[in-house]
Write a protein that binds this ligand. Structure first.
Ligand SMILES: Cc1cc2nc3c(=O)[nH]c(=O)nc-3n(C[C@H](O)[C@H](O)[C@H](O)COP(=O)(O)O)c2cc1C
Length: 339
């Protein structure tokens, strides 16, 4: 098994330059190839070959999952993610209704700094279609998180109705035990909630979640005052915690040499911002003895960085952009470091 896994990792590294070159203008095409590959593994039941540990040695100390955007429409089967080494899978961002998002190309890779900029604009097949995809698979071996936001065309009460629709559709799926409200998409104005608007949303949705946890996915671009307000509102509605963080609009020249006119930066370009925001939240939560947990996300591309981000307040980590540049080996190395 281990040999098959290592060959797969080697194959990823071997094919990467050609795939990057062929998809440089529209990196979404590379993601499409990856989705097709994962679906083939699932259909031919070859995904199991990548799991090089006996099941009972599963690591349980922290949650390790893909970040939102990686499996927007639940097209990557969850067993493939499990056999690659994740112990949780995030789906979404799911919007209530199908939504096309921004015109392509809408993301760009920066291989020299292992960074990306995306302005996807929340494309989604919509809650009903995505639930159908989830239910078509065999039961997921790992718990599922639904990252969700209102369909960008919906405003105020309609937006709340849209969020409630997604909750209604998703909460009865057995493996879904958590929701992650995306309040930080840098490309959509509807997702940038004022505290008052967020209060109204949480007031409407929190009592509809049954026994499911709720996390808020936040931006790494905020000051201490806004962070304190978010934490207070988190206490008011007993939310489980914060995913820190989404992409950044604060481009650093070293990582993004030529600034694009729009989009959020991820990977290497967000590591510093997301780490600083995580520390800001940890300090406020600790000082006040608040119960919320943190899920660290943003540029975690090595065991060293995973260790920096996995603190006493962190319950898990998520990755997306680093997976693109380092491939499945990164998952194995991080997982191994904690076994
Ligand atoms: C192409 C792309 C699409 C993304 N789509 C979403 C999304 O739909 N919802 C969301 O909450 N975050 C989305 N993100 C942000 C990631 O989930 C993550 O927060 C961010 O990229 C930082 O982590 P990373 O450096 O590991 O990629 C997206 C990121 C990328 C690169």
């Amino acid at each position: 098994m281990y040999i098959i896994r290592k060959s797969f990792e080697a194959l990823y590294n071997l094919l990467k330059p050609a795939i990057f070159a062929a998809t440089a203008k529209d990196p979404e095409k590379a993601h499409r190839l990856f989705v097709i590959f994962c679906r083939t593994l699932y259909k031919t039941k070859s995904d199991k070959a990548f799991f090089d540990y006996p099941k009972n040695s599963e690591f349980t100390k922290f949650e390790f999952s893909n970040a939102a955007g990686f499996n927007k429409n639940a097209e990557i089967p969850f067993s493939v993610l499990y056999y690659l080494g994740f112990n949780r899978a995030v789906i979404g961002t799911v919007t209530g209704e199908p939504y096309a998002g921004a015109p392509r190309p809408r993301c760009q890779r920066y291989p020299a700094t292992q960074s990306m900029v995306n302005r996807m604009g929340l494309p989604s097949e919509g809650a009903l279609n995505i639930a159908e995809h989830i239910l078509k698979y065999e039961p997921s071996p790992i718990p599922l998180t639904i990252n969700f936001a209102a369909t960008p065309t919906k405003k105020e009460e309609q937006a709340i109705e849209d969020l409630l629709f997604t909750i209604r559709i998703m909460k009865n799926i057995k493996e879904v035990d958590r929701f992650e409200l995306n309040i930080s998409c840098p490309n959509i104005s509807a997702a940038k909630y004022e505290i008052k608007a967020l209060d109204a949303i949480l007031n409407s949705i929190c009592n509809k979640l049954k026994d499911k946890q709720l996390f808020l996915k936040i931006s790494p671009d905020m000051d201490k005052e806004y962070a304190s307000k978010l934490i207070s509102i988190g206490c008011k509605y007993k939310i489980a915690g914060f995913v820190i963080a989404n992409t950044t609009k604060r481009y650093i020249k070293k990582y993004i040499p030529k600034f694009p006119s729009s989009g959020g930066a991820s990977g290497g370009a967000v590591y510093r911002h997301s780490t600083e925001t995580q520390r800001l939240f940890e300090n406020i939560i600790e000082e006040n003895n608040f119960p919320q947990k943190i899920i660290a996300c943003g540029g975690i591309d090595s065991v060293k960085k995973a260790k920096e981000r996995l603190t006493l307040k962190t319950s898990g980590i998520q990755i997306y952009t680093p997976f693109i540049f380092y491939g499945p080996k990164l998952i194995r190395l991080i997982k191994r470091a904690y076994e």
